[in-house]
Design a protein. Structure first.
Length: 172
């Protein structure tokens, strides 16, 4: 049997770009600070979460992912403390429209050193839901066809070279 050591790193920033938190789900007894391959130079603290990667929503106009946090305690963290910690992070993420960068990495066997960065995805905390066992934060792609505005930018000839004068292009 082969064991593959994967870790998800969350780099959380405000809408204005200020760093808020750095979390990882690979090593519970220590921080991970392999800064050469991660977006932040700060050590990444442990937070118990599952990352469920990108999937199209039902209407097909948006990509979504989710972070699933425990809503119950463990031996190390009592139930009331786990509820407050997870619920506060989830609530704050959605209310403040945090930007969450998820970096998925292949680690060494001891979860100390990053061997390879597999993916790097950027999301917005869109909404949350919870039940007795889990708290789920839905992550939305940065450009939402309905709820968000795309950055307006005009392409000029100086930036990209010669541009067509009409919207119709033909390949001959």
């Amino acid at each position: 049997m082969t064991v593959i050591a994967l870790t998800n790193f969350l780099t959380i920033t405000t809408a204005a770009g200020g760093r808020e938190y750095e979390f990882q789900n690979g090593r519970y007894d220590n921080t991970i600070s392999d800064n050469s391959k991660l977006p932040s130079t700060q050590p990444y603290k442990y937070l118990s979460f599952l990352y469920q990667g990108a999937a199209k929503n039902r209407s097909g106009d948006n990509l979504e992912a989710s972070l699933v946090l425990a809503n119950t305690g463990s031996r190390e963290v009592p139930t009331t403390a786990a509820n407050k910690l997870s619920m506060n992070y989830a609530k704050e993420a959605v209310e403040n429209k945090w930007h969450i960068e998820v970096t998925t990495c292949l680690m060494d066997a001891n979860f100390q050193t990053i061997q390879t960065v597999l993916t790097n995805e950027k999301w917005l905390a869109a909404t949350m839901s919870y039940d007795a066992e889990t708290i789920e934060v839905i992550l939305s792609s940065a450009i939402d066809a309905v709820g968000a505005n795309a950055v307006t930018r005009v392409l000029t000839s100086e930036q990209v070279g010669h541009l067509p004068v009409t919207g119709s292009l033909q390949n001959r």
